[in-house]
Write a protein that binds this ligand. Structure first.
Ligand code: SF4
Ligand code: SF4
Length: 131
């Protein structure tokens, strides 16, 4: 994550934010930081940045969020998306972040796949690393 964040109009118009909006179909500026997404996320304790914090960093135009582990820890369970009172589909934003990170060759986690994994877990894990 970026050590320093400068707020500017340029940040808010960053191409990566526009691309994220295209991929996810979501408007991160609709979020008013109630925190319900993070409160309902079963995987939050394993994330370096909580789901609502991911959205906040995006609102601030912080591209460093592409290096966060959180989108890779996300299991796409949709609990956050269902809970959001503003209709922000956080799970789709996490997916879009993974896509953007992969396109830039950013992979902040190591996937260790075991043959004993249930098939659905293998398919889910491999889907994450497929651009
Ligand atoms: S979709 Fe991801 S971020 Fe949302 S609640 Fe599930 S694990 Fe958490
Ligand atoms: S639940 Fe929705 S409005 Fe609340 S912090 Fe999460 S994304 Fe923002």
């Amino acid at each position: 994550m970026a050590a320093e964040l400068r707020l500017s109009r340029e940040n808010l118009n960053a191409p990566f934010l526009q691309k994220l909006g295209e991929i996810s179909g979501q408007n991160v500026f609709a979020c008013y930081q109630c925190g319900k997404c993070s409160a309902g996320c079963l995987f939050a304790e394993h994330m370096d940045v909580l789901p609502n914090q991911v959205i906040r960093l995006l609102q601030l135009g912080d591209e460093g969020v592409l290096a966060a582990r959180a989108p890779w820890v996300c299991a796409a369970c949709l609990a956050c998306s269902v809970r959001c009172p503003k209709g922000v589909d956080v799970a789709r934003i996490m997916e879009a972040l993974r896509q953007l990170a992969l396109r830039r060759g950013i992979m902040p986690v190591q996937l260790k796949l075991d043959r004993e994994f249930p098939q659905i877990a293998l398919v889910g894990a491999l889907r994450k690393v497929t651009p």
